[in-house]
Design a protein around this ligand. Structure first.
Ligand SMILES: Cc1cc2nc3c(=O)[nH]c(=O)nc-3n(C[C@H](O)[C@H](O)[C@H](O)COP(=O)(O)O)c2cc1C
Length: 201
């Protein structure tokens, strides 16, 4: 396991090909347990993980595959080779043995009125937990890929997993082992000249 948090963050990649090996349940549980230490607005910890393997995973893949019909619109900005690769990925979810769906429950705060958009804040909190999940998975030698394209078929995903209507689908990630190491995609603005405004330092 990589130990340095900077290495873990920089070494994580969106993996779009997976081996058939299924990560042990205890390891998946450990990663989700770690992910829930994310900060959350109002400390609501308003997130729910739906972990599918086996037949449910197969059902989910066929639902997510339907998004590939919209690939033309989704991937218009990419060149043809990348479009083909991303479309194939949508059709197969890379062959990953586990698919995790993350939701939050649309609910007003329990005790107090607040002039906030709780949906937005709960969404942001769930995203923090999602990033934790991705990083912990990587630290444990597992591969992931944050996906929002499947949100386009959220109704069918909800039906497949028995997710109540009160829950919003935030993202989906495959979970498994990658057959190869992907080189990093360079980050923009490496010198932090455009993306940071410094004051007094
Ligand atoms: C909010 C969000 C949504 C994303 N949705 C998808 C998606 O639907 N399909 C996909 O293949 N990748 C998706 N990605 C992964 C990005 O394409 C990827 O993070 C980016 O290209 C940088 O690559 P890296 O994660 O390997 O550093 C998403 C990432 C984020 C943060």
């Amino acid at each position: 396991m990589a130990q340095n948090i900077y290495d873990i963050i920089a070494g994580r990649r969106s993996q779009r090909r997976y081996t058939k090996d299924v990560p042990p349940k205890a390891l998946v549980k450990r990663i989700i347990d770690g992910a829930r230490w994310a900060p959350s607005a109002g400390n609501r910890q308003n997130w729910h993980w739906w972990v599918a393997s086996g037949e449910k995973r197969d059902e989910l893949v066929s639902i997510i595959a339907k998004v590939s019909d919209m690939a033309g619109e989704l991937f218009a900005e990419y060149d043809e080779k990348v479009q083909r690769f991303l479309t194939l990925y949508l059709r197969t979810v890379g062959g990953a043995p586990i698919i995790i769906t993350l939701t939050y429950e649309k609910k007003p705060p329990a005790k107090r009125e607040a002039p906030f958009d709780w949906d937005l804040w709960d969404y942001a909190s769930a995203c923090a937990a999602m990033q934790n999940l991705l990083l912990l998975a990587h630290a444990e030698g597992l591969a992931t890929c944050w996906m929002t394209a499947p949100v386009l078929v959220h109704k069918e995903i909800r039906q497949c997993l028995g997710i109540p209507d009160s829950n919003e689908v935030v993202a989906v990630t495959p979970l498994g082992y990658s057959p190869h190491v992907i080189p990093p995609i360079p980050r923009v603005d490496p010198d932090l000249k455009k993306s940071v405004k410094w004051f007094g330092m």
